[in-house]
Write a protein that binds this ligand. Structure first.
Ligand code: AMP
Ligand code: MG
Length: 470
């Protein structure tokens, strides 16, 4: 049986200048590692036995119009005038069963006009990491791109070693990034910029009006997203403007990681030498990225000077918005449904204490929900004093434990488990991948048999840094 997709492509209608038509490079011997059945059904895909070929780029399904998108971006603060999909092709779009338009994209499917010196390929490690972590984020109720399939291509990939090639199929609300606006603004292609703005508003923010409405909507989405990351100890690792999606989903799982022991200045990415994208810097970086979007939108405004003034005010307000969302996220983790400003101190004091004691982020909050975190927060005197304040604060809450149970995961994709899963997969054993994936579907449930996934790494297991997938 043939796999069928209800393709309904709109980005391809934008015409020249926004993308290049590009066929994926066929995998020599595609083998399906995983296919996300429930996501497939949500997208209206009728799955057949040709999925390995399709998601391995060897067979183009009916209705697909494969293309690579153009974009630019600031990478670690430096503007790169031309990036684009260098190792990805958009097969097309579908309107899912909930009426939402979604992109279906192969990532790791070979060179495109935007590949620069890269080979356009991906190896198994980053593909499996993206699959596991993006699906875990979804289960944690955090806006994210999804993983529909993972395929082994049968090809050797040359990195620091010879590694097995793979392709991940990514599903996104769209792949429009801050960098998509930047490229047309920098080139002063105002007609294209206007067309992109109109398209993005129609696709993502129908209630919003004009460039200012778009900017506000994108800011609001980021102001929700980043505190949600922080609430689970997530560090994105490469918050470049080309990895900042306008619709507000987490996108581009490269050197990302979840923290074990809490440290506000934690960095994982081996290439982030200045700690630009550390855990606690993420809100400021989101504002910085929105400032780049604002700059790109100024040419669409009737009065540039007034627009700059207006957008600057909006950026200042975004800081307050981020702070309010952060407060809401962490208050709920402590069972507080309607936080007061002063609750910020209660939260900050706990986090300081955790940092000083090297407490495991996830397990501390989970332990608070189940009684006491004294084993995690080892300064007994300070912990007891804090606990007393906290108990007082939540005594009038309706059902704080139930709220906490919905906000404090028990299982997260710990970095050392991801690395162990990748090592096993490279040796041909995919059981740890499937097990990890299964466990992370219900991260708030304390299921039997997953104790090993709850434990922080032993000294030997610690993975100090993650590497880019390129
Ligand atoms: P990233 O940091 O993964 O978001 O990638 C930044 C840019 O580099 C994007 O334009 C990618 O398409 C491109 N890129 C990353 N890896 C490769 C590769 N192996 N081959 C070609 N282009 C790549
Ligand atoms: Mg990227």
């Amino acid at each position: 049986m043939k796999t069928t997709f209800p393709f309904d492509n709109s980005f391809a209608q934008l015409g020249t200048g926004f993308f290049s038509y590009q066929m994926p490079e066929p995998s020599p011997t595609p083998e399906l590692i995983a296919y996300n059945e429930s996501l497939g059904s949500e997208l209206g895909i009728d799955a057949g036995d040709d999925r390995a070929a399709i998601f391995g780029g060897a067979l183009i399904p009916d209705g697909a119009e494969p293309l690579a998108q153009l974009y630019a971006g600031h990478q670690f603060g430096n503007y790169n005038p031309q990036l684009g999909d260098g190792r990805a092709v958009l097969l097309g779009e579908v309107v899912d069963i909930n009426g939402n338009r979604r992109d279906i994209q192969l990532k790791g499917s070979g060179r495109t006009p935007y590949s620069r010196s890269g080979d356009g390929k991906a190896w198994l490690g980053p593909v499996l990491r993206e699959y596991v972590v993006s699906e875990a984020m979804h289960a944690l109720a955090i806006p994210t791109t999804r993983a529909l399939a993972a395929v082994r291509t049968g090809e050797d990939i040359y990195r620091e070693a010879i590694l097995p090639g793979a392709i991940v199929t990514r599903v996104a609300a769209s792949h429009i990034r801050v960098g998509t606006f930047q490229v047309f603004a920098a080139r002063q292609q105002i007609d294209k910029l206007q067309e992109l703005c109109d398209y993005t508003l129609a696709r993502h923010y129908q209630h919003a009006n004009g460039p200012e409405g778009l900017l506000q909507a994108a800011m609001d989405a980021q102001a929700k997203l980043i505190p949600a990351w922080m609430g689970v100890g997530f560090i994105h690792g490469v918050m470049n403007t080309d990895n900042c999606q306008i619709a507000g989903e987490t996108i581009d799982y490269g050197p990302c990681a979840f923290m074990d022991a809490f440290a506000s200045d934690r960095v994982f990415s081996s290439i982030d030498r200045m700690a630009r994208y550390s855990y606690a810097n993420q809100p400021d970086i989101a504002i910085w990225n929105m400032a780049q979007l604002a700059t790109s939108l100024v040419p669409l405004m009737p009065d540039a000077e007034a627009a700059v003034e207006r957008f600057t005010t909006m950026l200042h307000k975004m800081k307050d918005h981020l702070r309010a969302e952060w407060l809401a996220v962490f208050a709920e983790k402590l069972g507080i449904s309607q936080p007061y400003i002063e609750d910020g101190t209660l939260i900050a004091d706990l986090l300081d204490l955790m940092e000083r004691c090297g407490s495991d982020f996830t397990n501390t909050f989970a332990a608070l929900n189940h009684g006491s975190a004294i084993d995690e927060v080892t300064d007994r005197v300070a912990y007891n004093a804090w606990h007393h304040r906290w108990s007082n604060r939540i005594k009038d809450e309706n059902d704080p434990k139930a709220l906490m149970a919905r906000r404090n995961p028990v299982i997260i994709p710990r970095n050392h488990r991801i690395e162990q899963m990748i090592t096993a997969a490279v040796e041909g054993d995919f059981a740890p991948f499937h097990r990890l994936n299964a466990a992370l579907q219900t991260p708030f449930e304390d299921c039997e048999g997953f104790d090993d996934l709850k434990r922080p790494p032993s000294t030997e297991e610690i993975v100090p840094a993650t590497f880019c997938g390129t």
